[in-house]
Structure formats: C-alpha cells, structure tokens
Design a protein around this ligand. Structure first.
Ligand code: ADP
Ligand code: MG
Length: 403
C-alpha cells in the first residue's frame, strides 16, 4: 500500500485542509455477473455525486444454466468491459487525465471475473499514472449509504445478495466487524433455488416475490431456521429442503400451488430476516452503542416484504432504515468508485501488485492508522498467493455453477 493523498485531505480524517477540488474516481466491477463502470465525484466535505453509472447484466448468458457459470462470466467481462468503461467516461464527459484514481473490485468474487477487472484497472492506472485503489466488493456495498444518504458512522449493515448474507457493524472506512453470516446458502441464492425448483425464471428472487404476492402463505408450515437463537447467524438449507419436500408431496404443481409455496417461503424468510437482524442490532448496541442507521443492501433488499420487515425492526431499535435505490443495492460500478474515493481521501491506495481475491473477509480490509480492523489487517498486495487465483477459482458462489 502506498500513501498518495489527494491535495487538501488529511490522512487521519479525510477532511478538507486547504483548497481542494472534488475528487473524481472511476470504479470497475466484475466480481460476479455484472460488468459495470462508473465515475463518482467526492467533494472535500464528503458529499458524493454519481457522474455516470453503466451496468451490463449477464443474466441472459447464465439463464439457461439457472445460475452464474464462472467461465462464461469471465469471458463476458473480457468482451464487454472496455466498452462499458468507454461509456462511463463518455457519460461523465471526462478523459482519463481528469481522474484522481482508478478503483476496482479486487474481490471477493469469481476469480476469473475479478482478474479481468483488476488487470484492466491496473493498465489504466499504469498508463495514466493515477493511483489504483483495490476495493473489497463487500466494503463497497457497506459504504454505498454514505454516497446516497450521507449516513454517518457507526451503522449496521444488512447485506443480502446472491453470494453474500452478512450483518456488519460499519465503524469507519476499513473498520468493519461481522456480527452475523450464513452457515450455508446466501438469501438471494435461496430465492434463486426456490425459483428454479418451482420452474420460475432466473433470477428467482423477483419471480418468487411476484408469485408470493398472490399466494396463501398459511397453506404450508415451513420451518424458520435459527429463529430465537442468541447469535445473528443464518442457515437456509433446511428451509430449502422443507420447501422441496412440500412441492414433491403435492406434485404436479398447479399455478395456485406455486403461488402458495412462494408465499410460504417468502413469509418464512422474512420472519427469519427480522429475527436475525434484530439479534444483529442487539449485538451492535452492546458492543458499539446505538447505530446511526440500519442500512440494507444487496439484491434481496429490493424485496418489498423484506424492506417492510426491516423497517419494523429498525423502528423497534430506535434507528432509521436506509435503503439505497435498487440500482445501487445490486452490483454496480458507482459503489466501487465511491468506496475508492473514500479510501483515496484517506490515502489508502494500492500498488500495481494488488492481488485478486476469491475470498476476502471484511475483517482483512485495511483502514487508516489506529482505525485497524478487528481482524488481521492485510493489504491487498500482502495477500498470500493461496488467496488469489488458484484451484478455488470457482470463487464464492459454491461451485462451478451456481446454484
Ligand atoms: P449477486 O450478483 O452477488 O448475486 P446482486 O446484488 O446482484 O448479487 O443481487 C442478486 C440477487 O438478489 C439474486 O439472488 C436475486 O434473486 C436477488 N433478488 C433480486 N430481487 C429480489 C427480490 N425482489 N426478492 C428477493 N430476492 C431478490
Ligand atoms: Mg449480480
């Protein structure tokens, strides 16, 4: 890691100390099935503005397989990324020379895709002689609320996507404590698998939600895994199996059966989320005091029933629910650019040696000085080779084909 402060910022606080023009950062995201690039501006006051945000979803490429195929994803990123970056720069009406930094998601994710983004970002950084910022994808989700709602630290993040399910205490840039996670499937993954089982389209989440709206949740008694446990972890495989057994019991499935199964599944998930997030907030309060907000992110946050449940939990805990707009909840380049800008303002840049990570827990993300994370602080460049490209190249999605 090298220190390359933007003029006018102090490393300690990222605050204005002199004349500072707003910082402009390009962000690149290729960790999963979205090829994305964006340009974001960060004022010296800490206020953010999106100048461009271009996202190309690969959903069509993967739909036939019912999940993300890492090899197809990596090839699609190679084909699309240059054009997507061009579009992002064009929409922002900027040339590379105007940028202050090049941010890229260096993981965690499907390693082939991560390498495509990271290599491209390094090339741009090298040619333009701009600082490279290797951003942790989870950190980017965690910091998005500061771009969209100027949320102040510390806050509690509930991140639920196809690849991640985590409750995190966000204490500062590079200072994250994980309060809960899933022991098996991610919540979005459970929605996707349910959709697949019931013959709905891919991705399953939005389809299951649509069906659930018109269904009768009371018809099936599905389990609520982990409900009432003292910790804030999730486990969804039992629910998935119970749903499959019910579906097999009443097969062949008619339209009403599918609607009712979706409603029962969603109802169970929503109750589990409310209970687990409640426990997460309790743990937060005990360890870090009252959070300024409960922030929801990830594709699952687009679900209305989930949002309503989170709203109730937030009110109970005397805090506010913050949900970035849907296009910033799912994977995008703006969140990477923003996390890059937040890190750049603190002098947290990386060298061209920065490694790609299939696995990269937030506890291993580096902060500034005394703001060391709870876990071992390791800069991207220091990561052991075993955490980069290798036999585990299938990444975080649990196999060559997800689900
Ligand atoms: P990733 O690309 O890491 O899977 P995203 O943040 O792009 O994550 O979110 C995609 C996930 O969100 C998918 O698993 C999808 O099924 C889920 N999802 C999207 N919309 C909804 C919804 N309305 N209800 C439940 N899950 C949803
Ligand atoms: Mg995605």
């Amino acid at each position: 890691m090298s220190l390359a402060l933007h003029p006018g910022y102090t490393a300690a606080e990222g605050v204005l100390t002199g004349d500072a023009t707003p910082m402009l950062v390009l962000g690149i995201e290729t960790t999963c099935d979205e090829t994305a690039a964006a340009v974001v501006e960060r004022a010296a006051t800490g206020a953010g503005r999106i100048l461009s945000d271009v996202v190309l979803s690969q959903i069509n490429e993967h739909a036939a397989f019912g999940g993300v195929v890492p090899e197809i994803a990596a090839r699609a990123h190679v084909e699309a990324l240059d054009t997507i970056i061009d579009k992002a720069m064009g929409k922002a009406q900027l040339g590379f020379a105007a940028l202050d930094g090049i941010a890229v998601a260096a993981g965690p994710g499907l390693i082939g895709g991560v390498l495509v983004g990271l290599t491209t970002a390094k090339a741009i950084a090298l040619v333009t002689e701009k600082p490279l910022i290797a951003v942790n994808h989870l950190e980017a989700h965690a910091l998005t609320a500061r771009l969209t709602h100027a949320t102040t630290f510390p806050y509690c993040l509930f991140l639920a996507s196809g690849g991640h399910t985590q409750i995190i205490a966000v204490l500062g840039v590079g200072n994250y404590v994980r309060l809960g996670t899933t022991l098996d499937d991610a919540i979005g993954e459970a929605f996707d698998k349910t959709g697949k089982l019931l013959g709905l389209g891919y991705p399953g989440g939005p389809e299951v939600e649509k069906q659930a709206t018109a269904g009768n949740a009371a018809r099936f008694a599905l389990p609520r895994p982990m409900l009432g446990r003292a910790h804030a972890d999730f486990s969804l495989s039992g629910l998935k199996t119970a749903l499959r057994l019910e579906a097999e019991r009443i097969a062949p499935l008619g339209e009403e059966d599918v609607r009712d199964l979706c409603a029962a599944f969603q109802q169970s998930i929503v109750e589990v989320i409310a209970d687990r997030v409640r426990m997460g907030l309790k743990a937060f309060q005990e360890r870090h005091g009252r959070p300024t907000a409960l922030v929801a992110a990830g594709g699952v946050a687009a679900n209305d029933a989930v949002r309503q449940a989170l709203q109730r939990v937030a009110v109970e805990a005397s805090t506010a629910l913050v949900v970035p707009p849907p296009q910033l909840c799912t994977d995008n380049g703006a969140m990477i650019a923003w996390a890059g800008a937040e890190r750049l303002a603190l002098g947290l840049t990386d060298t061209l040696e920065a490694a790609a990570h299939a696995r990269w827990p937030l506890s291993e993300v580096r902060g500034v000085g005394t703001a060391e994370p709870a876990g071992k602080a390791v800069s991207a460049a220091d990561q052991p080779a075993s955490k980069a490209a290798g036999p585990q190249a299938a990444g975080t999605k649990g196999g060559s084909v997800r689900p």
